[in-house]
Design a protein around this ligand. Structure first.
Ligand code: SF4
Ligand code: SF4
Length: 443
């Protein structure tokens, strides 16, 4: 037997109430967490031969130890290939507009006003309805995405009004989510989007206390207080009790120390509820240079820990540990998914439209009569096969968190950068933090 490739240890040993020294372990293929006595860890990390047969059986049961010849990566990537190849689950990322009312300094998109014709709108509807009426489709999802999708609110309503009844007629499961800067939302729009357009989840970015400076409206005004108040009104509204939000904070050198103030602000506003999840993520490059404001690699675990601690201290909902397997890393590898940009071009990846330098990546146009029901092949469809066939096991094939990561972003790897999310660095810290939430203390 050998130690599983997919086991991650907490970065500290911790003490339980009886004074026993333990480690927290995460098995990323099963997403199970274990507490193990440090002395057992020391024995199997050194030589599994030091374990009793009962201990070995127990650790094998938990997939902490696996057979010497087992190809764990191969098994996970085979599952990912199967998931990405599914064509019965159809996802449409629809970008109703190329314009955004914010001017964030780190944004890599280029925004422009693009009035859209009824013909364009009908072409989008026809494209989605084709999937609805395909007898092979078993569920349909729309992700409303931008620029700022609420600049195209009328289109969201029109397209939803055409697609949702058709799904209902077929009893086809339908769901929608929307990524927005939040500034154009009102309670009335939230109700309409939730009830009529069946948007079940909103992802809103609020960049800490400096939000108004880092994400100013093009008018120069700020939107932090208004957006926080609006989310608070929504979670207090009994008619919106099924609606969920995630609040993302992009962390840069400009706002890294605002964790306590921001977490207190949103708690005081009433956002400490399980309808609203919070997470902080370091600003990353979209092909643009963010080196002046990016968090230095050596500080990332500290900064994430500070934000995590602030969320937890204020009773906010946040995921201390990864939530589970990620068989499909993103829409770009999913054969049944496609992105329709504001001009009607089809893409496979959400970061291709509107990003200078990636103009040539379109796979076709929705008005082309010869467009097949599934989008033409995209650049990342064979991402998992490429990982499987790599002759050098560097990066993802030897990574301990591949099952919950999947390679994170094929586009970034393809442009020559490591795409590893910060969880690769911060998971050992998070396991320690998780142990502390269970009442364990520093050893
Ligand atoms: S390839 Fe990267 S940028 Fe494109 S959809 Fe996937 S995760 Fe997003
Ligand atoms: S992208 Fe990085 S963290 Fe994710 S599986 Fe690949 S090597 Fe691991």
């Amino acid at each position: 037997v050998k130690l599983s490739q997919f086991v991650v240890f907490s970065d500290s040993a911790l003490c339980d109430v009886d004074g026993n020294v333990v480690r927290v372990l995460f098995q990323s293929a099963t997403s199970q967490v274990y507490l193990l006595p440090q002395e057992v860890v020391d024995r199997f990390a050194g030589d599994a031969g030091d374990l009793s047969s009962d201990e070995r059986a127990e650790l094998a049961q938990a997939r902490i130890l696996v057979d010497e010849g087992e190809d764990e990566f191969g098994a996970v990537v085979a599952e990912n290939i199967a998931a990405a190849g599914r064509t019965d689950v159809r996802t449409f990322v629809l970008m109703p507009t190329a314009y955004c009312n914010m001017g964030c300094e780190y944004c890599g998109q280029q925004h422009f006003k693009s009035p859209q014709s009824p013909r364009h709108r009908q072409a989008v509807v026809d494209r989605v309805l084709r999937a609805v009426h395909d007898s092979g489709t078993t569920s349909l999802h729309i992700n409303w995405f931008g620029a700022e999708p609420l600049m195209g609110y009328a289109q969201i309503r029109d397209i939803s009004a055409a697609v949702i009844p058709a799904c209902d007629d077929r009893e086809l499961p339908f769901s929608a989510r929307l990524v927005t800067n939040g500034s154009l939302l009102t309670l009335a729009k939230l109700r309409t989007l939730h009830h009529d357009c069946r948007v079940g989840h909103f992802e809103i970015t609020l960049d800490g206390l400096s939000h108004n400076a880092l994400r100013p409206l093009k008018s120069g005004r700020g939107s932090l207080a208004r957006t926080v108040d609006l989310i608070a009104e929504a979670v207090a509204d009994a008619e919106l009790s099924e609606l969920t939000f995630s609040v993302r904070s992009n962390i840069s050198q400009r706002n890294r120390d605002e964790h306590a103030g921001f977490a207190a602000l949103v708690r005081q506003a009433g956002l400490a509820t399980d309808q609203v999840g919070f997470y902080a993520t370091p600003v990353r490059s979209w092909g643009n240079d963010v080196s002046d404001v990016a968090i230095p690699a050596g500080d990332i675990a500290t900064v994430e820990r500070q934000w995590l601690d602030a969320y937890l201290a204020n009773g906010l909902t946040t995921a201390v540990l990864p939530t589970g397997r990620k068989p499909t890393v993103c829409v770009a590898v999913a054969r049944g998914a496609e992105v329709v940009d504001p001009t009607g071009n089809l893409h496979s990846c959400t970061e291709q439209p509107l990003v200078p330098g990636r103009e040539t990546t379109a796979l076709g146009h929705i008005t082309d009569l010869g467009m097949p029901a599934l989008r033409p092949a995209g650049a990342y469809d064979t991402w998992n096969q490429e990982l499987r066939d790599r002759t050098t096991p560097a990066t993802c094939p030897s990574c301990s968190i591949f099952p919950i990561c999947g390679g994170h972003c094929p586009l970034v790897w393809g442009e020559g950068w490591p795409a590893c999310p910060t969880i690769k660095t911060t998971l050992p810290m998070r396991l320690t933090r998780y142990g502390e939430t269970l009442g364990l203390t520093a050893a």
